[in-house]
Write a protein of this length. Structure first.
Length: 183
């Protein structure tokens, strides 16, 4: 009888396991006060924001993701990953000041967060504040010696500051790191 109940429960739960959004939505229903569940659900929509070329779909996914990340922060506001991922969304929907704000919050919680440092550097780079951007890229590469994107960004700063010679070693390092990642 017990195994029959578990079999029924498994069959009943199969529709929940159909895909990630369905699974995470079910998790929110069963554990509404879990920051982790809200994070997982939001993160799935963050990936849609990054992948979508359609601005309407991008904005719809961003609304859901940001609402869920914010709900996660209401439950537990010490998770730097939530702030970081919100920054990724804000960047992708061109709300750059909000992106900067949440990246800085992520770095307050975890000052050695290389992805947040790199992405904050990108914001300054895009504003042609190359020297400031360099500081963030340098910190990211100091923390993660294999962070090819940050090395490339550091090279681009030197290049844009008119120092192509200083850019070359960083570009080479980026090529070396990315070719290692392909193996």
């Amino acid at each position: 009888v017990v195994s029959m109940l578990f079999a029924f429960k498994t069959v009943n739960r199969n529709k929940v396991w159909k895909d990630n959004p369905t699974l995470f939505a079910s998790g929110i229903e069963s554990a509404p006060n879990s920051a982790r569940v809200h994070f997982a659900y939001a993160n799935d929509f963050r990936e849609k924001v990054e992948a979508s070329q359609d601005m309407y779909q991008k904005m719809e996914a961003a609304k859901v993701a940001l609402a869920e990340f914010k709900r996660g922060l209401e439950i537990y506001d010490q998770d730097e990953r939530i702030y970081y991922n919100m920054g990724v969304i804000y960047y992708n929907i061109n709300e750059l000041e909000k992106a900067k704000e949440v990246y800085q919050k992520a770095l307050k919680l975890k000052p050695d967060y290389p992805e947040a440092l790199n992405n904050l550097g990108v914001l300054f780079f895009n504003n042609k504040e190359y020297t400031l951007a360099q500081n963030y890229f340098k910190k990211a590469t100091d923390i993660n010696k294999n962070y090819g994107d940050a090395f490339a960004n550091l090279g681009a700063c030197y290049h844009n500051l008119g120092d192509a010679q200083s850019a070359i070693p960083y570009y080479k390092k980026e090529l070396e790191k990315n070719s290692q990642n392909l193996k």
